[in-house]
Write a new protein. Structure first.
Length: 435
């Protein structure tokens, strides 16, 4: 991923230095287990561990790979240069390259998931804070982009919190599902390596042994992992789209923080654009771009092919680095989001009581008017608001058919905003618990 959308901690997980360090740890732990079983001499395992402080030379490994055309063999050759050819002769005993590659990938995905879970905690904390801050800040709810009925800004933040909380739970499950390792040798039969070696290596790396692998760990695990990242990215976009709409000039119910010295346009000095949330929409597309290739990686030939390999070399870093950046950007947007309660009320009142139409409809039916007639009475008065700029309440009070069923006081009561917010506390308890 390009540096512009990258954060150092996540980038480090995918660096060649980190990868080779994990490869080394797998090989060294495997040597320990082999020595415990009496398969290799203990002194050879200890010799491998004496290289634990070595900074592996990425350029040298690349140089060797240019000849061998095999990355794991290149690494093992470089490791032998540090350990000594005789002492290193038992390294990789009974193993195959996928044992190293697949186990390493899963270690990296688990570490990436841990960072992403922390990122989501920051987003959730920001959403909760803003939800309680604006629990009773009334705004108009919209369906199809059109005014519907009153809601609150707190409920908007709360529903995003609930969505992100579900995403976090999914990510925890995806992390757990991908936290397996395989040291099972060619085609996964353990013919040349004891299953105890796999158990030892996995325990040291914080993984579980894969119950049954071929020469690779099953890729349905990875498909689920990347699909989960895609869903989280879609939730980020969901929030970003809401903020972008709220920042439109005609709406302006909230906007991204505009810092001192910030410029919105090279041509128009007045501009304050929702650039961060627009960026989040784009980043969400990049994360979702990994989902279909991850799904297609599930179907491999027989016990192994490498059609998945080139895909994972790209989507592993790109999807996790991008999502890490996006989650932190989103948290910052929410934390600093500028909310305009007065504009929310002004927007809601733009069509002079129109948003109370359902209450009047229900009141008429409860007063004995058929639903069809009640709908006709309410709609004909509502259309005057749309088309003539009339006041909905005044039109109802002047309509003899309406007042034949409802008294003026009953009509007036239907315009009480509190009616629409009476269950906000109940919803908050469902989302946040008794806080």
């Amino acid at each position: 991923m390009i540096p512009r959308y990258s954060r150092p901690e996540m980038v480090a997980i995918w660096s060649p230095e980190t990868k080779f360090r994990i490869w080394y740890e797998i090989e060294a732990h495997a040597c320990d287990a082999q020595a415990d079983l009496g398969v290799i001499p203990r002194e050879n395992a200890e010799a491998v561990w004496r290289a634990k402080d070595v900074q592996f030379d990425v350029a040298r490994i690349d140089e060797i790979e240019a000849v061998t055309k095999h990355d794991v063999i290149a690494f093992l050759t470089h490791l032998a240069e540090h350990v000594g050819a005789d002492q290193a002769r038992f390294v990789h005993q009974g193993m195959t390259s996928s044992d190293v590659l697949d186990t390493t990938l899963n270690v990296q995905l688990v570490r990436a998931a841990d960072i992403l879970l922390a990122d989501m905690d920051r987003v959730l904390a920001a959403l909760k804070t803003r939800a309680f801050e604006h629990k009773d800040t009334v705004r108009i709810g919209r369906s199809h982009g059109i005014h519907a009925e009153p809601t609150t800004m707190g409920l908007t933040f709360a529903r995003f919190h609930a969505e992100m909380a579900r995403g976090r739970e999914r990510l925890e499950r995806a992390r757990d599902e991908v936290a397996t390792g395989a040291i099972s040798g060619a085609v996964g039969t353990f013919a040349n390596i004891d299953p105890a070696v796999e158990e030892h290596v996995c325990a040291k790396l914080g993984l579980r042994p894969e119950p049954i692998s071929t020469q690779v760990i099953p890729r349905d695990r990875h498909a689920m992992f990347f699909a989960t990242l895609g869903v989280i990215a879609s939730s980020i976009e969901n929030i970003a789209i809401e903020i972008r709409h709220m920042q439109r000039t005609e709406v302006l119910e909230a906007e991204e923080y505009f810092s001192p010295g910030q410029k919105g346009s090279s041509a128009m000095p007045h501009k304050r654009n929702p650039v961060l949330t627009e960026n989040l929409t784009g980043l969400a597309r990049l994360v979702r771009m990994a989902v279909i290739p991850a799904m297609e990686n599930v179907a491999l030939w027989h016990e192994r092919d490498i059609s998945h390999s080139s895909v994972e070399r790209a989507i592993g870093p790109d999807a996790t680095i991008t999502l890490d950046f996006a989650l932190n950007r989103l948290a910052g947007v929410i934390e600093k989001l500028v909310v305009y309660p007065d504009n929310m009320l002004a927007n809601m009142n733009k069509f002079k009581g129109l948003v109370m139409s359902q209450r009047v409809l229900l009141a008429l039916t409860q007063a004995g008017v058929s639903r069809e007639d009640a709908y006709r009475l309410v709609q004909r008065n509502a259309m005057k608001v749309w088309e003539q700029g009339a006041d909905f309440r005044e039109e109802l009070l002047a309509d003899a058919e309406v007042t034949a069923a409802l008294s003026p006081a009953e009509i007036e009561e239907k315009f009480d905003l509190g009616y629409h917010t009476k269950h906000v506390d109940t919803i908050f308890r469902r989302v946040f618990g008794e806080s």
